[in-house]
Design a protein around this ligand. Structure first.
Ligand code: NZQ
Ligand code: ZN
Length: 395
């Protein structure tokens, strides 16, 4: 186990913390580009409260609204142009992962001189990482992606129907104001998808990482169990602030890097899902709920002991004389049942996706990222046929 870890994002956590936005943002700039999504923050009053706090701290505001779910490259370019035209010196994202990702990419696009799509990873050698960005403050309104406290952004090229990512240290937000009160208006389906997303961030590291990371294993299991305990409560009653609080903390912890330290894991389930949402504009974690159990059944054949450990520790599955394969299968079945119980889809048909483009999804996934031998990084690595088979099994 070897690692070199730094997460510089300040996190200010708790109900009511939105009131600190102005004071925090004022440390980084005097004229903010405030980035929002399709309008939820205006309808529920979050936007007005944020602006009030900024004005009180002497921070003036230019708005960039209308970031769509699965945010598009053209939106990033539009926002960066506004920031340049208006001389903004700090970017504030108020919204879900899509809004935060778009805001982070805008902050870097302001200085980017290459073709905009080259800012995002590709195995074809076109990737030119950004080297400078305006300071970013995140105010998540949906517990899911962990984007508020990590250095990643996932963007869709709507012309080529590709979805890719950039993950570089300059994109770490300066501060994340994580106020669970802002999430009480998230509808039940998006709440459930958020729970699935955060759990999947953790399972990617848990199942694809190197051997010999016992502490990371326990952290991962703790995040999953916390999400499974409090997630259903947040889905059942959106106003349950305690449940919203625990779920949101779990979502931050799931992808701020801590759980994955030293695991050197790939993200095969995410990479496959990104291709689905690029083509069909489905909610990211609705796609994950379909792909992850199917991928687990594929990967468990190579590593049954690992999946048996997951079954035993997370679901209390007893071996009772059966082998690791049997325990592994039961753990995956129970995981899938959990996803269904909170309202997630587990078949492609539920997303309106058939088999017509199944080979294309595999090709696109491998074009965004492969290990140099044409396979998808993960444990095990996946050939094109493996990806097709995992998707076919999820039809
Ligand atoms: O657009 P608005 O009107 O704000 O509505 C949104 C949107 O319709 C709504 N919503 C958000 N907060 C709300 C709310 N509705 C009511 N009350 C609130 N408080 O929820 C809908 C979904 O929002 P979105 O931001 O798209 O969801 P999510 O947070 O799940 O983000 C998904 C995006 O993040 C990427 C995904 O690929 C996808 O594009 N990811 C980013 C990651 C990262 N940066 O680390 C990692 C993830 O694995 C993921 O890939
Ligand atoms: Zn995710």
């Amino acid at each position: 186990m070897q690692f070199n870890f730094k997460n510089p994002t300040q996190i200010i956590f708790g109900a009511g913390m939105l009131a600190q936005l102005g004071e925090v943002a004022g440390r980084y700039g005097k004229h903010a580009l405030v980035v929002t999504g399709g309008g939820s923050v205006k309808r529920n009053g979050t936007f007005d409260r944020a602006i009030e706090s900024l004005k009180a701290a002497g921070v003036s505001v230019t708005e960039c609204s209308g970031v769509e779910p699965n945010p598009r490259l053209s939106t990033v370019v539009r926002g960066a142009q506004i920031a340049k035209d208006e001389n903004c010196d700090v970017v504030i994202a108020i919204g879900g992962g899509s809004t935060m990702d778009a805001a982070k990419a805008m902050a870097a696009m302001v200085y980017y001189e290459d073709e905009p799509w080259n800012m995002f990873f590709s195995s074809e050698g076109t990737f030119v990482p950004p080297t400078r960005a305006l300071p970013v403050i995140t105010v998540p309104t949906l517990a899911a992606t962990g984007s508020e406290m990590n250095s990643g952004a996932v963007i869709t090229n709507e012309e080529t129907k590709e979805k890719s990512f950039v993950n570089v240290p300059i994109l770490f937000p300066k501060a994340a104001i994580v106020d669970p009160e802002l999430t009480v208006t998230v509808p039940a389906d998006q709440t459930a998808y958020g729970v699935c997303d955060l759990i999947t961030h953790v399972t990617e590291g848990y199942f694809n990482g190197v051997d010999g990371t016992p502490l990371q294993d326990r952290w991962a299991e703790g995040v999953i169990q916390t999400a499974m305990e409090w997630g259903p409560k947040a889905v059942a009653d959106g106003n349950d602030l305690e449940a919203r609080t625990q779920v949101q903390w779990a979502s931050v912890a799931a992808l701020n890097g801590w759980v994955q330290i030293g695991t050197k894991a790939g993200y095969p389930v995410h990479m496959i899902e990104h291709t689905l949402s690029a083509h069909h504009d489905v909610a990211h974690a609705a796609g994950l709920a379909v792909v992850n159990p199917s991928w687990m059944r594929f990967a468990a054949k190579q590593r049954p002991e690992r999946f048996a450990q997951f079954a035993e520790r997370v679901f209390g599955v007893q071996r009772n004389g059966g082998g690791a394969e049997e325990a592994a299968r039961e753990g995956i079945d129970r995981f899938e049942e959990f996803l269904r119980s909170i309202g997630c889809p587990t078949h492609l048909s539920e997303l309106g996706i058939g088999e017509e483009l199944i080979e294309r999804y595999a090709d696109d996934t491998l074009r965004i990222i492969n290990d140099g031998n044409g396979n998808l990084p993960g444990r095990p690595t996946m050939t094109k046929d493996d990806i097709v088979n995992v998707l076919r099994a999820a039809l």
